[in-house]
Design a protein around this ligand. Sequence first.
Ligand code: TXA
Ligand code: MG
Length: 342
Amino acid sequence: MVRIVRATQAEIDEAVTALRDGDLVAFPTETVYGLGANAQNPAAVQKIFEAKGRPTTHPVIVHLDSPKYLHRWVREVPDAAQALGERFWPGPLTLVLPRNPNVHDIVTGGQDTIAVRVPAHPMAQQLLTAFGGGIAAPSANRYGRISPTRAEHVRDELGDAVRIVLDGGESQVGLESTIVALDGAGVRLLRPGAVTLAQLRQVVGDVQVGVPSPAPRVPGSAPVHYAPATPMTIVPADEIDTRAEDASEGGRRIAVLAQRLPLKTYPSVTWINAGRRADAYAHDLYANLRTLDKAGCEQILVQEVPGDDKWDAIRDRLLRGAAANEVEGADASVSGALGPMP
Ligand code: TXA
Ligand code: MG
């Protein structure tokens, strides 16, 4: 596997010019690729929503190269946020904090809070430092779809809407950041990610889990997120071969995302063995789902993953991907039907 971690100065200069012109730049992070705009230019941030087909009520994360610029975006930094930033930044953690009043409404969806993250990917750091400001960026996919973990996924998803796609190789983590909200009411995990609940609790003690009800807008928790176009179903490990065999006998084309090899060869089945290691499984998950989505199958069967907390983020995304075909047409702004943690 080729790992590209640095961009040339010419690429960075071009990307910075695009951001200053109010255009969109896709860039790698260690979680997934982001679709970036100058967070201080509302017209530029508006273009993100147009390119993704995402409703403007769904706020975006502001990326910074260092926590030292936090006060430009955040009104107050609770001690617990300070501690989490020190422990996990730069890295796959997003903090939702009280917003600074001068932050544009398009960034926060008009809410009183703002999501901020300091990414670790060297190319993201290079871009942020050269730009010298905050970059507003959701994942660089069409609304509700699988996040991109490679530059070519971004081009497939968004094409000409993006002026520049910086290619930083495969995203190391492969799943979106852990999102934690901190306000007067304490610390709350809104979206599981590579930073686990146990790791958060080691730093701040008590952490609530899930979106409070009535839920504020946390679209990452909408059940129609993270979905391939092919209907996806989660199947217990001991049923996966039977299902594959039945499909094969009926001449039905199905795709399987398993954690082991098939017991036999099934002619009409496309089978991926994603292995038993959570970090490797997460790294490849979205690329595997894209591959299976393109295999021309009527269904994707996913072998149920283990129950321990290393698999929380993976399980969360799989449940949402599988929920998409069950709740087709559901209002994506209504969260909580399937809280962020399974
Ligand atoms: O790993 C990641 O977090 C990637 C990379 C590019 O940083 N970004 C990402 O962004 O996944 P996005 O927009 O796809 O997911 C961010 C989630 C959304 O569900 C959004 O609604 C939520 O964060 N969010 C943003 N601002 C929020 C806020 N003020 N309060 C609650 N949730 C917020
Ligand atoms: Mg997203």
